[in-house]
Design a protein around this ligand. Sequence first.
Ligand code: NAD
Length: 552
Amino acid sequence: MPKPNPRHPNYPIPGGPELRAKGWRQEGLLRLLENVLSVGEDPDNLVVYAALGKAARNWASHRAIVKALTGMDEDQTLLIQSGKPVGLLKTHAKAPLVIMANCNIVGQWAKAEVFYELQRKGLICWGGLTAGAWQYIGSQGVIQGTYEIFMRIAEKRFGGSLAGRFILTAGLGGMGGAQPLAGRMAGAAILCVDIDPERAAKRRAAGYLEQVAPDLDTALAMIDEAVKDKRATSIGLVGNAAEVYPEIARRGIVPDIVTDQTSAHDLVYGYVPKGMSLDQVKGLRDDGQGQLMAASRASIVEHVSAMLEFQKRGAEVFDNGNLIRTQAREGGIANAFDIPIFTEAYLRPLFARAIGPFRWMALSGEESDIARIDDLVLEMFPDNRIVTNWIRLARENIPFEGLPARIAWLGHGERTALALAVNKLVAAGELKGPIAFSRDHLDAGAMAHPNIMTERMKDGSDAIADWPLLDAMLLSSSMADLVVVHSGGGGYAGYMTSCGVTLIADGTPAAAERLEHALTNDTALGVIRYADAGYEESFEEIEAKGIGYVPV
Ligand code: NAD
């Protein structure tokens, strides 16, 4: 039985033992599609997160996808082109059930304006990373990544602890909404600015944000008090970051850590320029795109100038993956890239070992399934400090949204071992239903994104998109249930290509075979990608785990 969804009453949370499709593989993917809408930002418009990241092209496409998933046999493959189903073909039972290519535009044409035009004509839609691939699990999806970044900074700059430290950030949207909880879990006092009071209210209702301050003076006083008491807290403030950041700098206050997760990547549908109301911005999205782009860019210039000022005065400042430096540089801030990107600054040694954001969702809808797997992770990886610390923190602090889910950064061999052990639990009837496994597209072999994931690679291979394409072909040959290739849409057009994968552990030997091949090969490719770029950690991993790298 689906469960009521207080946030979006028309989009119940899937669950229960009854199948509507011909098998759990199809049913599982159908439930994941339903889930991304139930936890999404604007499901009526099929928008899941990041302003334009959609689950399907339009409602007719959505209905056709549901019909196909419900009626298809195991030896068929559904083809999806930018959120629209275009074919249901006979393959074989070990082939993927769904393959997708979303928003891939030929190089010279891959520009925001071309994307908007194609979107207006109904020819394309952007899948974000996990939206169009039906893998989004709510703000939890990025929370460990954000937490690990804060902890790496704590180790690098603050003696291992963020107690008594002030983090300033902005953006409380689908992904940015993870920041207040990640900051509080890391022990800091975090201030999160968002222009939209509804987003702040949503994060507060979901338990991700503790309080919303009525104005900047109060917000800063609350932060000051928490810093003095070394008390972890998260405070929201409704305002425009392009005004609030410069004002904090003008007052001579220097936060310890500064970042931003507004939708700065999209100057039309994402970022809200200073001095404009949300309604004014909405009114200009169709007919005033040029005006809106210029106004957004001008605001981002002020926003990033304040971030650079904080950096000059000693704050740890980083780009949290929203293209804000790129937009600022195009607006004339020549030194915008003095701000480092989080991947290169803090996480690359993990990615070089293919350790990245792995996730699992309880298709039964039962939280007890996730609790059982939490215990299993603690039993299986007692010496993995990152993951044991995370699971203990997560089970105490992270409220579930939609299908109960968990994310944990695991690497080569670990993901496969966990998934196979979970498949056995499903087979033994120890869980209430099958478990779906996926990972973020921001994963070692899965993403080419020269201003985020692959910035300043050791060998200069930042912009080469062969890796995610190889990953997708490898995953299709390795029996994954869903395989997808995404490229950037909106403001990300021309900036990235990524690959996603989902597998359903339904307890059968066939599922075990699929999990073993697909998960092992996915992370093997991740290690190989970094070895090819010359990272020492990758060679150690190849040696230790016997990965089939071909040296040339
Ligand atoms: P979203 O569109 O759901 O939310 C963006 C938020 O920014 C909204 O709440 C909006 O009101 C707010 N905002 C816009 N302009 C503002 C301004 N000038 N001042 C204050 N608030 C403003 O997007 P999201 O899913 O939260 O993603 C945010 C950004 O992070 C995107 O660019 C996305 O691509 C990026 N992202 C990065 C990672 C990563 O791994 N680091 C992961 C996911 C998303």
